[in-house]
Ligand binder design. Structure first.
Ligand SMILES: [Zn+2]
Length: 241
């Protein structure tokens, strides 16, 4: 029997047939995996609760034909009860899985992404951290993981110390007045980006709404959309179905 056992986060799921659901997982050791949960929408199903987006579970899959496997068993690893009790935390979590789902590679293992995703979900599940800037910070980490971390220390074009007045996702960072392109960047926005990218994320997340937050959210969403070449819903609400 060809079984696949792995730790996984549910990125999304959708209905299939009368009682089935197709689930897209990001797994620790097998990258993105799709599997069908047969009969999961019947009231008698034993696996239904573990397959909503953001679920973090140990999964047992049977290898199917092609790339669609079959879900045999699901055991929760984390229930993220604080996250699931708060609409803003859920919305932020969905922005994370949407972006991971957009990573353009199938069945390529990347446990670095799995670790970043589960850590970010753990952060969203921590009451002392506000959720607003978790997705932008995660997007920056994902860009860094791909070797595209935004440069905010000096002008990304000429290396000048600044002042840095704009941010251009296409060029890959902040720019001085002579080189400016992209979006205007305020001193608050620049300071906040430097804190997030420079190792003070925990401090940033303890502030409910730090100065520059709206700007940084916009810049991070644009940067990640540009990186993956598609428009996303990042940071906007969508229901768990
Ligand atoms: Zn410059």
């Amino acid at each position: 029997m060809n079984e696949l056992r792995d730790e996984a986060v549910v990125l999304r799921s959708y209905r299939s047939g009368e009682a089935d659901r197709v689930v897209v997982f990001w797994t620790r050791d097998h990258g993105k995996v799709r599997a069908i949960a047969k009969g999961v929408r019947k009231p008698t199903s034993k696996i239904g609760g573990g397959l909503t987006p953001l679920a973090h579970a140990e999964v047992y899959l049977l290898k199917g034909r092609g790339d669609l496997h079959i879900v045999r068993q699901v055991h929760h690893v984390e229930r993220y009860s604080t996250l699931h009790a708060d609409y803003d935390r859920i919305t932020a979590g969905l922005a994370l899985v949407e972006v991971v789902d957009a990573i353009p590679l199938d069945d390529v293992a990347d446990d670095g992404i799995f670790t970043m995703l589960t850590r970010a979900l753990g952060t969203l599940n921590t009451p002392e951290f506000f959720p607003e800037l978790v997705p932008p910070a995660f997007f920056f980490k994902l860009l860094a993981h791909d070797g595209s971390e935004p440069q905010v220390g000096e002008c990304v074009n000429c290396g000048s110390d600044g002042p840095l007045v704009s941010f251009d996702a296409e060029v890959g960072g902040a720019l001085c007045d002579n080189c400016r392109s992209g979006r205007p960047l305020s001193a608050d926005g620049l300071h906040l980006m430097r804190r997030i990218l420079g190792g003070d994320l925990a401090g940033v997340l303890r502030d409910e709404h730090p100065a520059g937050a709206v700007e940084v959210k916009t810049l991070a969403s644009e940067a990640i959309e540009r990186h993956f070449g598609r428009r996303m819903n990042v940071g906007r609400a969508s229901p768990i179905v």
